[in-house]
Design a protein around this ligand. Structure first.
Ligand SMILES: [Zn+2]
Length: 135
């Protein structure tokens, strides 16, 4: 039986995250990598995409400290949300674990993605399933 890859959707992306994998899609025509995936290449509009696994490492591109979070995250505020430029190119936002003050972060700091240990599928989809950790 041929294994059919999951569709390039945000749901598939979070299913992979729940498995501890950071997956994106790569355009077979121009090579653009998109995380989270999109159904069309954002660069050349091709639909010929393939899933690729990313290392989950990169550097901080920008960040902000959240003091008044949405309800699900109120217990962990204040916390830092950074946009991380992955080594493979795409940018992805995420909470930086253990950071509560802006002086703890600098643009260009190296981070690594870590995954929640016991994701509860009952409340899926629920953002985030992953964090970034300073390395
Ligand atoms: Zn393309």
């Amino acid at each position: 039986m041929v294994e059919v890859p999951p569709p390039p959707t945000i749901e598939s992306f979070y299913k992979y995250i729940a498995e501890g994998k950071l997956m994106g899609v790569k355009c077979k025509r121009c090579g653009r990598i998109m995380v989270p995936p999109k159904p069309l290449c954002e660069n050349c509009m091709a639909k010929d995409l393939e899933w690729i696994q990313l290392k989950g490492e990169g550097e901080i591109d920008s960040f902000t400290i959240i003091h008044v979070p949405p309800a699900p995250f109120s217990s962990i505020a204040p916390y830092a949300v950074a946009v991380v430029r992955l080594d493979e190119g795409p940018k992805i936002p995420g909470i930086v674990k253990g950071v509560t003050q802006p002086h703890q972060l600098k643009i260009g700091m190296r981070v690594r993605m870590v995954f929640e240990q016991t994701p509860s599928m009952q409340t899926w989809p629920q953002w985030p399933r992953y964090y970034f950790q300073l390395v």
